[in-house]
Design a protein around this ligand. Structure first.
Ligand SMILES: [Zn+2]
Length: 252
């Protein structure tokens, strides 16, 4: 267990004074490794807060390069990064934001082999991809490894957030997606307003920090819906599907 240096103590003082967080919370972050799937809008927004908050190690997985239409919401990439790998561009921005942070990058698709090799070295996974197959795969492997998953999605003016810690009676992402049906629109087709991405990514970072520091209450097994048009939220309890192919007994 690595302890905080004097410099880090000063750097993170405004969080350390939070009584529920304290020095133990800060040290928990310093010793944590978080796997971030996707260096797009949600990944950028969540990773930048994890970096400045003092998470010790971030691993970024994304095989895309930065395009002009990304810059409207993917805040770790800038004009000078056009054409670069997103993981390289994001890693540079994150290191600049906090020199104490270690960043590892994988310019690759989040496939089963890569995820299986990475999961055991991480305490938590953040998923912000817009690909349903990847989301299902990440959920299945997180369930098998019992690594908590903070999942978010955002489209138009609507955001969703769920936390899966895979306890005995908790639902998983596959239970949720059965409820929602198969179709997932991407923001390429439907559009998305920039601050909505920031809001949902920041919420992902908040839930990640709470889980790592063992503080507060996590919306485990719930679906938080955020409507940016009216700035209202709804929290739905997610039922565990008894025949869920991942966390249940599978189809009868
Ligand atoms: Zn399930």
């Amino acid at each position: 267990m690595k302890e905080l240096s004097d410099q880090e103590w000063l750097r993170y003082n405004r969080q350390i004074v939070l009584r529920q967080f304290d020095i133990e919370g800060q040290e928990a972050l310093k010793n944590a490794a978080v796997l971030v799937i996707g260096a797009g809008g949600l990944g950028c927004a969540a990773a930048q807060y994890l970096a400045v908050a003092g998470v010790g190690r971030l691993t970024l997985v994304d095989d895309d390069v930065v395009e002009l239409s990304n810059l409207q919401r993917q805040v770790l990439h800038q004009d000078a990064d056009l054409g670069r790998l997103k993981v390289d561009s994001a890693a540079d921005s994150l290191r600049a934001a906090n020199p104490w942070l270690e960043v590892a990058t994988h310019a690759a698709r989040a496939d089963e082999a890569l995820l299986r090799s990475l999961l055991p070295q991480h305490q938590l996974v953040l998923d912000g991809t817009d690909n349903l197959d990847t989301r299902q795969l990440v959920n299945r492997l997180c369930f098998e490894a019992r690594v908590p998953l903070v999942s978010a999605a955002v489209i138009r003016m609507e955001g969703q957030l769920s936390v899966f810690t895979y306890g005995e009676d908790e639902p998983c992402y596959a239970c949720l997606s059965r409820l929602m049906g198969g179709g997932v629109l991407s923001c390429v087709e439907a559009g998305v307003l920039a601050p909505m991405v920031g809001v949902m990514g920041a919420l992902q970072a908040l839930e990640a920090v709470k889980l790592l520091a063992h503080m507060g209450r996590s919306p485990r097994g719930k679906l938080l819906l955020v409507d940016g048009m009216t700035l209202s939220t709804r929290e739905l309890a997610l039922p565990k599907a008894p025949d869920c192919p991942v966390c249940g007994k599978g189809p009868a």
